[in-house]
Design a protein around this ligand. Structure first.
Ligand code: AMP
Ligand code: MN
Ligand code: MN
Length: 313
């Protein structure tokens, strides 16, 4: 039980996955806020890489730690929205050294890597799982903003197939806390900077159809990111737009990483389980949304990916 583990620990660290997305930030800050309010005497710290600017309004965002101290050992490390240990990135040493570890997650690829695990692959989001674990009565307005944001992002505003009646009921309870849900959706999910819209346009203009129109792919080089002055964490949403191409059962979007390899994002309909496709190359995720890092040129990566996708079409 998570509550039991929290009660028994004097010092607690929370960590999420590299390049944190809305669900990762929402679940981590939501749990952080809850624990700060309920257990003011405990030492509680949250570790995440730098987060997208629209999420900075969340209470506690300015307290996120981006580096670890070598000699810091926590009684409890809670990993959220993280499918495997490696995805923790810079906070992994704190997970390794913690006296106890707990994982709350919804990735089907999660192999239960902590001492205690609460993994529900069917759940809409880690934020919904955190909502369930905390109990609605213990959730403040500040915590509600975090968890609602996380649910909005992983469900594509309560639209993807991972959205369940339970998700809508949880969202309704969070609305009853008095949060500004319109602002959260508009300013953190819909709104893009001018540069983000420009690079989205670039990605769409240069997208190509594959697999007889059943697939669509596009890519962005580092050079292009630099010329539009856009950071990798600002490219979220492009793959979802590609996925809206009529007839496409799979969308592939990739952007170049610092070392010349590519971060590949996959989105699909029921026709393809992309967590299996990503898994074949060392990545992971969910049936309809998955990711993997791959080396090679864009064409080489597609040459590797397409036969694996075709097995399912
Ligand atoms: P993304 O395409 O980055 O939005 O990721 C889609 C889903 O796949 C998210 O749930 C990620 O946590 C997961 N994911 C992305 N990249 C990786 C990776 N390299 N390894 C494992 N899971 C990943
Ligand atoms: Mn995530
Ligand atoms: Mn998630």
């Amino acid at each position: 039980m998570l509550n039991e583990a929290i009660k028994n620990a004097a010092s607690i660290a929370i960590g999420g996955h590299v390049r944190p997305d809305g669900d990762c930030v929402g679940s981590c800050l939501g749990l952080y806020r809850y624990m700060k309010e309920q257990f003011p005497d405990k030492q509680i710290d949250v570790y995440l890489e730098s987060i997208p600017a629209p999420f900075l309004f969340l209470k506690g965002a300015d307290e996120i730690r981006h580096e670890i101290l070598a000699d810091q050992i926590y009684d409890l490390f809670i990993a959220l929205d993280c499918g495997d240990k490696g995805r923790l990135g810079f906070s992994a040493p704190l997970f390794e050294s913690a006296k106890k570890t707990f994982c709350v997650d919804h990735h089907v690829s999660n192999q239960a890597f902590a001492n205690e695990n609460h993994i529900e692959p069917d759940a809409s989001s880690t934020s919904e799982l955190v909502y369930d674990l905390l109990g609605v009565d213990n959730i403040s307005k500040n915590t509600a903003e975090c968890l609602y944001l996380g649910m909005v992002h992983d469900t594509g505003v309560f639209r993807h197939s991972c959205t369940h009646p339970s998700t809508m009921r949880a969202a309704a309870s969070l609305m009853e806390k008095g949060i500004d849900f319109t602002k959260i959706i508009t300013e953190t999910f819909d709104e893009k900077t001018f540069a983000q819209n420009q690079i989205l346009g670039y990605a769409l203009v240069n997208s190509r159809l594959l697999l007889n129109g059943r697939g669509v792919a596009s890519s962005i080089s580092r050079q292009t990111m630099e010329s539009y002055e856009v950071l990798p964490k600002q490219l979220d949403g492009i793959v979802n737009q590609l996925k809206l191409t009529k007839g496409a059962d799979i969308a592939i979007f990739m952007y170049e990483l610092e070392n010349g390899s590519y971060k590949v994002s996959l989105r699909s309909t029921e026709a393809v389980d992309v967590s299996c496709v990503a898994g074949r190359f060392g990545g992971g995720g969910h049936a309809r949304a998955a990711g993997v890092n791959m080396s090679g040129t864009v064409d080489e990566i597609l040459e590797n990916l397409l036969p694996v996708i075709e097995e399912q079409l």
